[in-house]
Design a protein around this ligand. Structure first.
Ligand code: MF3
Ligand code: CO
Length: 262
């Protein structure tokens, strides 16, 4: 999501958690199946339509389609961001996947009125060393950040852990987009930057659901928006990667909800 001023956590009751859990399983299933479809020669439009049909089969809707930001309306079922595209890539009939492409798939579904949000970056063979380093580091940064999603910790502890992890590897963290609370709407309080101080943000409580989503660039952190009004690209046009899970904060520790069980 884009950066807004938000700072409270929302505690969900057990019925809401159950619904969010189901939505997250659907979101993870769609992402998993979409990832298996990814191959050289497929268009991003075909991938997006594949995800659309999987959502329909599972009785879910895309939360991205017709999503509004200001006067803009998102035109696709999923976000597919290739190479220098960071997030919110718009699928196209003319965009074909090529060998070595670094493809970020972002799936957000609404199921029985609740949201599940997850994303993953996949490298199409042949895998270059720099792409592998970027993608593996982004994935590890997400899992490292998740370990700080504990009752009593501040959101800033997640943010700070992700930033330190990525910057220690000489990669850069995108600042224009952040993670977010998630539940009934795709973007709820609090925002979860992937950078900042440990003392920033609200304290986490049992029953809080969060989408944590580091976006990491091989070059500089700056991004531009393409004329389509959505696609964010790295300003230096170097590679970018993105991983995201929806998680539940509990007294037993963080629980990742966007795990595919099918
Ligand atoms: N995971 C992305 C986010 O939280 C999904 C955005 S969907 C779009 O911002 F509709 F905004 F494109
Ligand atoms: Co998100």
């Amino acid at each position: 999501m884009q950066v807004l001023e938000m700072s409270q956590v929302i505690v969900r009751n057990s019925q809401e958690i159950d619904q969010i859990r189901q939505a997250c399983r659907v979101a993870a299933d769609v992402l998993e199946h979409m990832a298996k479809e990814l191959r050289v020669g497929i268009t991003t439009h075909e991938l997006d339509q594949f995800a659309r049909h999987r959502m329909e089969k599972l009785g879910a809707e895309s939360a991205c389609l017709n999503y509004r930001s200001g006067s803009k309306v998102f035109p696709c079922y999923t976000c597919i961001s290739v190479n220098e595209e960071v997030v919110h890539g718009v699928a196209s009939l003319r965009r074909t996947i090529h060998p070595g492409d670094v493809v970020s798939l972002d799936v957000v579904v609404r199921f029985n009125g609740y949201i599940g949000d997850n994303a993953r970056t996949i490298i199409v063979d042949p895998v270059s060393d720099e792409a592998a380093f970027l993608v593996q580091s982004t994935r590890e940064a997400l899992y490292h950040g998740i370990t700080f999603a504990k009752v009593g910790n501040r959101v800033g502890q997640i943010s700070n852990a992700i930033q330190n992890f990525i910057e220690s590897r000489d990669l850069s963290i995108v600042r224009n987009f952040v993670g977010h609370g998630v539940g009934k709407d795709m973007h709820e309080e609090p925002q979860i930057p992937n950078f900042g101080r440990k003392s920033d943000g609200p304290k986490l409580k049992d029953g809080v659901t969060l989408a944590i989503e580091p976006m990491v660039n091989l070059g500089g952190h700056e991004v531009d928006i393409l004329p389509d009004g959505w696609t964010a690209v790295t300003r230096d046009r170097k590679l970018s990667a993105h991983f995201e899970h929806t998680i539940l904060v509990t007294h037993r520790g963080p629980e990742i909800l966007t795990i595919c069980k099918n």
